[in-house]
Design a protein around this ligand. Structure first.
Ligand code: COD
Ligand code: ZN
Length: 375
């Protein structure tokens, strides 16, 4: 029996209030309107940015269905949709690529002006939501809302991937993996033989390490205050790991000494002002490049002595690893199928939507790298 054109009743995790657990609810998912796609979500990861919404540091309209790192199969399409068809495997794109706006037309810019993260409306482009629960309209998150068995996205926020892709793994390409990997290969453009330092060894930091290694870096130093993170970092390519708590000196001074006047590339993958300052200061004064990957606390500023820039350092950053999502996500999936890199080491827990609150507790306790919920 086809569900196309009908309302689908399914399970979703709804966030009704800040700092409260999700409620698993039966929601109604309306059929896609013109230029929209309804997707059956089969796997979705738990990302730190979802938690940032729960704790209020990323402001979004409530109630909301979170989740933005996922993979699924197209269930039905609205009028005018041409890029995907029912049955296609797709990855939803929180950082979409409409290919029409000024940013999409720029050769490198990747914050598509259709994104719903920077000034969130919590709706699709048409201006309304497709989710209803207990008679109330529920907001979308980042145009994706993947903590639901079915979701509706704008056509520009979904991309077809290889039909043989393992969805329970490639879902990470929807956010965490691409964010870290692209920061190394696309934003920093790590060079063969270089020395890199990665501050923060969570799922995104480990993905930076995978990128540095694949770009041919010869020395990759991991920095974390949780030494339990070191073994996996080394397994993925870190040549050494250090804990700032083991030193009396500021960690940037330690790193400058360890690397004869500073590293070629540094990455801040934590989201703290002090570690951003350290990451910038530890890169080489004449040519070091520092990439900010971590999302800083809302409304706070960095204080930097311009002399640090004047001598030749570069400070930069990017969302989603600088990738243009519609172009690059299918390629990254093909790279996984070609065994260019593995996503398995990043997935420490496999769970289900019913256990979403336990999944977030593990993330907050630093016990998981990525939890993937399969449906
Ligand atoms: N010094 C050293 N290490 C530290 C410190 C410190 N002071 N404080 C925390 N850490 C370590 C933790 O022990 C942990 O291992 C690591 O830093 C952070 O890891 P996680 O697991 O909390 O986070 P990740 O890897 O999932 O990374 C997420 C970011 C924190 C980088 C987050 O800001 C983010 O997702 N940024 C990506 C930006 C983006 O593109 N967002 C768009 C949608 S997600
Ligand atoms: Zn994310």
């Amino acid at each position: 029996m086809t569900t196309a054109g009908k309302v689908i009743k399914c399970k979703a995790a709804v966030l009704w209030e800040l700092n409260k657990p999700f409620s698993i609810e039966e929601v109604e998912v309306a059929p896609p309107k013109a230029n929209e796609v309804r997707i059956k979500i089969l796997a979705t990861g738990i990302c730190r940015s979802d938690d940032h919404v729960i704790n209020g540091s990323l402001v979004q309209p409530l109630p909301i269905i979170l989740g933005h790192e996922a993979a699924g199969i197209v269930e039905s399409i609205g009028e005018g949709v041409t890029s995907v068809k029912p049955g296609d495997k797709v990855i939803p794109l929180f950082n979409p690529q409409c290919k029409k706006c000024k940013t999409c037309k720029h050769p490198t810019g990747n914050i598509c002006m259709e994104n719903d993260m920077t000034a969130a409306t919590g709706t699709l482009k048409e201006g309304t939501t497709r989710f209803t629960c207990q008679g109330k309209s529920i907001h979308h998150f980042g145009g994706t809302s993947t903590f639901s068995e079915y979701t509706v996205v704008d056509e520009f926020a979904a991309v077809k991937i290889d039909s043989s892709a393992p969805l329970e793994k490639v879902c990470l390409i929807g956010c965490g993996f691409s964010t870290g990997y692209g920061s190394a290969v696309k934003v920093a453009k790590v060079t063969p033989g270089s020395t890199c330092v990665v501050f923060g060894l969570g799922g995104v930091g480990l993905s930076v390490i995978i990128g540095c290694k694949s770009a041919g870096a010869s020395r990759i130093i991991g920095v974390d205050i949780n030494k339990d993170k070191f073994a996996k970092a080394k397994e993925l390519g870190a040549t050494e790991c250090i804990n700032p708590l083991d030193y009396k000196k500021p960690i940037q001074d330690v790193l400058v000494e360890m690397t004869e006047n500073g590293v070629d590339f540094s990455f801040e993958v934590i989201g703290r002002l002090d570690t951003m300052t350290a990451a910038f200061a530890c890169c080489n004064n004449a040519y070091g490049v520092c990439v900010i990957v971590g999302v800083p606390p809302n409304g706070q500023n960095l204080s930097i002595n311009p002399m640090l820039i004047l001598t030749g350092r570069t400070l930069k950053g990017a969302i989603f690893g600088g990738f243009k999502s519609n172009n690059d996500v299918p390629k990254l999936v093909s790279d996984v199928l070609a065994k260019k890199f593995k996503l398995d080491p990043l997935i420490t827990h496999v769970s289900s939507l019913d256990k979403i609150n336990e999944g977030f507790d593990m993330l907050r306790a630093g016990k998981s790298i990525r939890t993937v919920m399969t449906m």
